[in-house]
Design a protein around this ligand. Structure first.
Ligand code: CP
Length: 346
């Protein structure tokens, strides 16, 4: 299998065995982080990172990943780049992408909620870069997907159902496990990227999926359709409920996260304050110990940053079945493996 030069914009674009190759390598890199087997894989190579939106984990883990592999990650704020937009003259993506390919070995882009005026705009931008670029384009979270988060999620869940973090990874352990992906009330008006990615990658790895949200918080129709298709292909179930408790029954993984409503881009602008005010009207949508007691001893997962005591109580987020820090750590290992495979000298 040769993944050299391959873009990663959504895990649904990749075959399951390609995703497994990344995860297998990530597990090996996690066991022996600074082995000389890895520390020169990106020697002299640069990974460019465009952050339209803030980040803690993504920036830090990509920078650390490039360093661990002997390369360099260069941080760029697109406002410094004089790119052409609908409202301003400037450089086209075609030109920018072709030149960057002469300098670097890979390019990551983050573009989220308030940097776009309609759902799908960030995805279009990434696909435009991918069209013109000679180097791999990696989503570092955009309006639709967060593929590196998805890889770290399933790696963490499989570790918890197996020998434990840092031990042998068996992705087959996710088959037949029930993932509850539930909306949580909150004050952050978050995009759909992480939760949509989790639905897709969880269903690709054979999980039963329960999606729970209040009426009016539907996710993208394409993602719902793909999740159904993934579950059908694996002989697994997919249900959608609008009851804040129903999905917990028998769940093995509980993922509680706020996301904005499909009305968030009314008028071609992100309606952040309206979204926050609306979301705070649903206080019963929170992962708490009473609901977790309905599960099959589920682990609690979240991509972070956590909106504590809105999306999840402190007791659950910091409890003995919380895998949030392991998943956050796995961002580093999954991204190291990804960069090594698509940019490196393997
Ligand atoms: N989960 C995640 O992408 O975190 P950051 O927004 O801090 O990068």
């Amino acid at each position: 299998m040769d993944l050299y030069g391959k873009d990663l914009i959504c895990t649904q674009d990749w075959e399951v065995d390609e995703l497994e190759a990344v995860l297998d390598l990530a597990a090996k890199m996690k066991r022996d982080r600074f082995s000389s087997a890895w520390t020169s894989l990106l020697e002299h190579k640069t990974f460019l990172m465009f952050f339209y939106n803030p980040s803690v984990r993504t920036r830090q883990s990509f920078e650390a990943a490039a360093t661990d592999l002997g390369g360099h990650a260069q941080y760029l704020e697109p406002k410094a780049m004089r790119l052409k937009t609908e409202k301003t003259a400037g450089e086209t993506i075609e030109d920018a992408a072709q030149v960057m390919g002469r300098y670097a070995a890979g390019l990551g882009i983050r573009m989220l909620e308030d940097k776009i005026g309609t759902y799908g705009e960030a995805e279009d931008l990434l696909r435009e870069y991918a069209k013109w670029s000679t180097i791999p384009i990696i989503s570092m979270a955009h309006d639709k997907y967060h593929p590196c988060q998805g890889l770290a999620d399933v790696m963490g869940w499989a570790e918890w159902f197996g020998a434990g973090p840092g031990r042998r990874l068996d992705m087959g352990l996710l088959e037949g496990k029930k993932l509850l992906l539930t909306w949580g009330h909150g004050a952050l008006a978050r995009s759909w990227s992480s939760v949509q990615e989790a639905l897709l990658i969880g269903s690709r790895f054979g999980m039963d999926v329960s999606l729970a949200h209040p009426e009016g918080y539907d996710l993208g129709p394409q993602v719902v359709e793909w999740t159904q298709e993934n579950c059908d292909a694996n002989g697994r179930s997919f249900e959608i409920t609008h009851d804040p408790r129903a999905g917990y029954d028998g769940a093995h993984v509980v993922y509680s996260r706020h996301w904005m409503s499909p009305n968030a881009y009314q008028g071609g602008e992100f309606q952040k304050q309206e979204e926050i005010e609306k979301a705070l009207q649903y206080p019963e949508w929170i992962a708490d110990s009473e609901k977790m007691a309905l599960t099959d001893d589920a682990i609690f997962t979240h991509p972070m940053p956590v909106d504590r005591n809105h999306e999840v109580t402190d007791g659950v987020a910091s409890g003995p079945r919380s895998c949030i820090y392991d998943v956050a750590e796995n961002r580093l290992h999954a991204q190291k493996a990804l960069l090594a495979l698509v940019m490196g000298n393997l």
